[in-house]
Design a protein around this ligand. Structure first.
Ligand code: CUA
Length: 314
């Protein structure tokens, strides 16, 4: 990759070409209409210039067909943009495949902290395998940050107090820029890192050579004991069992149900009364202020590991 000036970053993910396709369409529409308007201004300026015998414009009356055309044509074009963009964003970028690898990210002023399910931790660098989807579950410890990998054409805000997710599949090995794309304080511009996409065998090697003492789920299991969660949750009558809860639909005291995802588990730890499970008394204390975001991701990983494994998952 030469040092020549490049307008577009590399296309290094499976959706990069699709995002660029939409971008090119938008660019094409903008260039076409800008050009058309520019030429028409010139043409009309010359055609209707003031000259002897033509000193005043003639008033033009209503023209229904013309009115309809300039309502319907822009409507059709914007609907194409809307449907195309919404499909790409909602149905592709926000819908990770079921077999995606899960990586947790925490943004803080001013660094990116990552943790792999096996326990491997990284700062400002993220190793991922080529040819396999990776789902990021992200939160912030302070300000709003944004996870942006131009070569993958993905960007997602990383917000304190909640989890956001995005996924990607690297399509070729390489080292790609990671930027924070949301102004987050003095060193925002330095809050950057790299995503290192490795061929699967090298990725496995990297995982092995960086094996931590504990996987995330094991660290979560220790916390679960240490914080006293097990006292109630392992005793059937006091609190609901957490085995198989992840991904299930939980009946609430309000007669509603809620999907037990990462965000629900996090909320239930920090604000247990927000979504009280049907049939249980509101006796769980809040753990707000007692657990770091990292602790929370370990607990989430542990509770996820208690879910019945779907076929081929893991
Ligand atoms: Cu973090 Cu800008």
């Amino acid at each position: 990759m030469g040092s020549f000036f490049r307008i577009f970053p590399e296309q290094a993910s499976t959706i990069a070409a699709r995002v660029d396709g939409l971008y090119m369409f938008l660019l094409g529409v903008a260039v076409f209409f800008s050009g058309l308007i520019f030429l028409l201004i010139l043409y009309f300026a010359i055609k209707y210039r003031r000259r002897p015998g033509h000193t005043r414009a003639q008033q033009v009356g209503a023209h229904n067909l013309l009115e309809a055309a300039w309502i319907l044509i822009p409507l059709a074009i914007t609907m194409v943009v809307f449907v195309w963009g919404a499909k790409l964003y909602a149905m592709v970028m926000l819908s990770p495949p079921a077999d995606a690898l899960e990586v947790y990210a925490i943004g803080k002023q001013w660094m990116w902290k990552f943790q792999h399910p096996g326990g491997q931790r990284e700062i400002d660098a993220l190793h991922v395998p080529v040819g396999h989807p990776v789902k990021m579950t992200m939160t912030s410890q302070d300000a709003i940050h944004s996870f942006y990998v131009p070569a993958f054409r993905i960007k997602m805000d990383v917000v304190p107090g909640r989890y956001t997710t995005i996924w990607f599949e690297a399509s070729k090995p390489g080292v790609y820029h990671l930027f924070c794309a949301e102004y987050c304080g003095t060193n925002h511009s330095r809050m950057r890192g790299q995503v290192i996409a490795l061929p699967p065998t090298q990725y496995q090697e990297w995982l092995r050579s960086n094996r931590e003492v504990e996987s995330m789920a094991a660290a979560g299991a220790h916390l679960f004991q240490q914080m006293g969660c097990a006292m109630c949750h392992d005793a059937a009558s006091l609190a609901p069992t957490l085995v198989g809860v992840f991904g299930s639909s939980v009946p609430l005291a309000t007669d509603d149900t809620v999907l037990a995802d990462e965000a629900y588990i996090r909320e239930s730890i920090l604000n247990p009364r927000a979504k009280l499970v049907a049939g249980y008394a509101p006796i769980m204390p809040t753990f707000q202020g007692q657990l770091s975001e990292e602790d929370l991701t370990q607990l989430v990983a542990y509770i996820k590991s208690l879910a019945p494994k779907p076929a081929g998952g893991g």
